[in-house]
Design a protein around this ligand. Structure first.
Ligand SMILES: [Zn+2]
Length: 125
């Protein structure tokens, strides 16, 4: 990508988890909750390379499943509460954990994609 050498290298973890531009570390990567902006509002880099695909959803499913199911099993084994208690605790917990992780993980995957120059394979001519 042109002009990449004009910017100091940014940590993909720092910029990605905060939803900032992976090149300049100042512009915003997202234009809405999980929609990637067309380009950075500071350094004007176009984000058309960014395609995390199903990656963030897979990580969110695996990590959130582990956290919420583990907590539900612990509560069930320790306290044996009625089912409505599980529903009252763990349905909102699923929403909070999933929605809380989706955007940072998508930002992280896009930042890692930029850092590692990951893109579609192409045939050389
Ligand atoms: Zn930028």
């Amino acid at each position: 990508m042109p002009h990449d050498d004009l910017y100091a290298p940014q940590s993909p973890y720092e910029t990605g988890l905060k939803g900032l531009c992976p090149r300049c570390g100042q512009g915003h990567l997202f234009q809405s909750f999980i929609t990637i902006a067309p380009k950075c509002d500071v350094c004007e880099m176009e984000f058309d390379f960014a395609d995390a695909g199903d990656g963030p959803a897979v990580f969110v499913i695996l990590i959130a499943g582990f956290i919420v199911l583990g907590a539900a099993l612990y509560v069930e084994i320790k306290y044996e509460p009625p089912m409505w208690v599980h529903m009252a605790i763990f349905l909102p917990m699923v929403l909070v954990v999933v929605l809380g992780m989706l955007r940072p993980l998508k930002g992280l995957l896009v930042a890692l994609q930029y850092r590692n120059k990951a893109e579609q394979g192409r045939l050389e001519k």
